[in-house]
Write a protein that binds this ligand. Structure first.
Ligand SMILES: NC(=O)c1ccc[n+]([C@@H]2O[C@H](COP(=O)([O-])OP(=O)(O)OC[C@H]3O[C@@H](n4cnc5c(N)ncnc54)[C@H](OP(=O)(O)O)[C@@H]3O)[C@@H](O)[C@H]2O)c1
Length: 305
């Protein structure tokens, strides 16, 4: 069975190699895994992508590519849709005509962030900006084209590889003794490793599935528990000081969303309910305090630039 990982150098993509090895260990000989980053195939070049798929002929595609620059997407609309919708259509078409399966990653940004309760997989979608709308378009293409799909929505991703909130906070703490962090947006920080592990477990369980298996569909996976960005920042500084990565804890002043204007509007409520993935696949949310510690240990001593 041949698995193709697209977006292999992103936060999630770069964790997939180890997690597929771990989870598929006993069964590993049954699988060949091909990892492709942007330099191997630019997914926005749709003809090149079709040729690439035809050449490798995978049975499974894990799509970890995305246009993820939330603010830039407001002005780079066609680039965002090119990766987040049009390339996804090519993947779904390929799978539909070649009896292959697709695991596609999506986002809390498909919701409008209203209320204080967690969103379910079937909650009403209403993206606030171009990034969320383009990701929603990708989801819709997958659902409309392909029965055998898994869409995994996640949020607030951090990992050792790539840029993220944790690294931004650590960089700021090098030069600032206090900083303002938004305290009225809530969600659950999610380790890229946890997402990669969830994907590997799903693939392992679904590799024997039939097309009408009722487990195909959309799932939410995030870390736990829910916090605000300001609370997350405080924990980052606390753990980083304990690990000797920064010399002192920067004071976090809680600010409101309006005090930190951005090109794209963010959801106030990014809480995703993760009970469906637990009940269906036995996948429990990681406690992000622990995965944060693991990630900090990994990047300790490595330049943040
Ligand atoms: N980051 C978050 O907080 C967050 C939150 C919710 C959901 N998600 C979703 O989680 C998934 C993984 O996100 P991530 O955090 O791992 O993102 P990431 O680190 O930005 O990785 C995305 C990858 O896609 C690649 N890519 C972008 N355009 C491409 C193109 N035209 N051709 C080939 N590759 C291309 C990037 O390549 P380069 O490295 O060359 O740019 C990068 O390796 C995405 O579906 C994202 O929407 C992320």
């Amino acid at each position: 069975m041949k698995i193709l990982v697209l977006g292999a150098n992103g936060q999630v993509g770069s964790e997939l190699s180890a997690q597929l090895d771990n989870v598929l260990a006993a069964d590993r000989n049954r699988f060949t895994v091909i990892f492709a980053g942007r330099s191997t195939v630019d997914v926005s070049d749709l003809d090149a992508l079709r040729d690439f798929l035809g050449y490798h002929d995978p049975n499974w595609i894990i799509n970890a590519t995305a246009y993820t620059s939330v603010d830039s997407a407001e002005s780079e609309v066609s680039q965002a849709y090119s990766v987040n919708e049009h390339a996804v259509r090519v993947l779904a078409d390929y799978c539909a005509t070649n009896d292959a399966n697709l695991i596609h990653i999506s986002t809390d940004y498909v919701f409008d962030g209203s209320g204080e309760l967690p969103f379910y997989e079937d909650s009403e979608v209403a993206p606030l900006g171009v990034y969320g709308a383009s990701k929603l378009a990708g989801e819709e293409v997958v659902r409309a084209t392909l029965e055998r799909h898994i869409i995994l929505r996640t949020a607030w991703v951090f990992g050792a590889s790539g840029g993220n909130f944790v690294k931004t906070m650590l960089r700021l703490a090098e030069t600032r003794s206090e900083l303002g962090v938004v305290g009225d947006q809530y969600g659950a920080p999610t380790s890229a490793k946890g997402i990669a592990k969830a994907i590997a477990i799903i693939l392992s369980q679904m590799s024997e599935a039939e097309s009408l298996d009722e487990r195909w569909g959309t799932y939410h996976y995030t870390g736990k528990p829910f916090v605000s960005w300001a609370e997350f920042a405080r924990e980052i500084f606390l753990q980083a000081v304990q690990l000797g990565m920064i010399s002192s804890i920067a004071a976090v002043n809680v600010i409101a969303t309006e005090q930190y204007p951005t090109a794209a509007k963010r959801p106030q409520n990014s809480r995703l309910d993760c009970s469906k993935i637990r009940d269906t696949f036995g996948i429990e949310s990681d406690d992000w305090h622990q995965s944060l510690g693991e990630m900090l240990n990994e990047i300790k001593g490595v330049s943040l630039q």
